[in-house]
Design a protein around this ligand. Structure first.
Ligand SMILES: [Zn+2]
Length: 247
């Protein structure tokens, strides 16, 4: 299918539709395979993820709608990325880089954050757990390491007792969430304090973007983290706790 678009009186431009574009990339990657029927849908996801599925009904691309008005070059890059993933090969560097760079642009980051805020349902329990009250610990740490200058975000415990993700800071909801795994009597306060402190540093030192690169733990972040009392003991403790529970 080709869209004809009238521009002015005489000029007719031929545009490639998303369906044509994805089909073309398919035949470039699999030149000897007959191109299956292609469907492309733009979906209201809460993030920038996009998906492809290939079954008896053909190829079905589900693309985040934040890319709906994106330049053809970017959709093309995404087509290479998704199809390469489907064929289990690395995406061509040019396209991977182009796509990452586009998503990393300031306006794009802002609109993704908005989309996430509005569509993503974030579960934030209260700060008071069964053993630990995150609000009280936050204020202690705030006084001790931040001159009480850090504005308190939402604080809560995760629903799942994850041992691998002990805490995270979610900037789009301005929330620090600790794993419920830590809210237990056999977990020493130092462990909870350290994980919360680390997430508070994420609040204090936002992610830095340099071109396509993201720097999460910046130099300033790491330097500030070293001020934590018993940093080494705290890290050892976490390692031990996680290892013990795994058995
Ligand atoms: Zn971190």
């Amino acid at each position: 299918m080709v869209i004809l678009k009238n521009v002015g009186l005489q000029t007719i431009l031929f545009f490639e539709t998303p369906v044509d574009l994805f089909a073309r990339v398919f035949s470039e990657l699999k030149p000897r395979t007959v191109v299956p029927s292609v469907r492309v849908e733009f979906c209201k996801f809460a993030n920038a993820n996009s998906f492809v599925r290939w079954d008896e009904d053909g190829l079905r691309f589900r693309i985040t709608d934040v890319l709906e008005g994106a330049p053809a070059q970017i959709l093309e890059a995404l087509a290479y990325i998704l199809l390469s993933k489907l064929f289990r090969r690395p995406a061509p560097k040019l396209h991977a880089e182009r796509y990452r760079r586009y998503l990393n642009r300031k306006e794009m980051r802002r609109s993704l954050q908005l989309v996430k805020q509005m569509r993503g349902r974030k579960f934030v329990s209260g700060p008071r757990g069964e053993c630990y009250d995150l609000e009280a610990i936050f204020e202690q740490l705030n006084a001790r390491y931040f001159h009480s200058l850090l504005a308190r975000p939402q604080l809560g415990w995760s629903r799942a007792r994850s041992r691998t993700m002990l805490g995270h800071y979610d900037p789009s909801h301005n929330a620090i969430i600790l794993s419920r795994f830590l809210d237990r009597p056999n977990i020493p306060p130092l462990a909870v304090e350290y994980v919360l402190f680390h997430e508070m540093l994420h609040l204090r030192f936002p992610v830095e973007h340099r071109g396509a690169r993201r720097c999460v733990h910046t130099r300033a972040f790491k330097q500030a983290e070293r001020e934590f009392r018993d940093l080494r003991a705290a890290r050892e403790l976490l390692k031990k706790i996680c290892a013990a529970d795994a058995r």
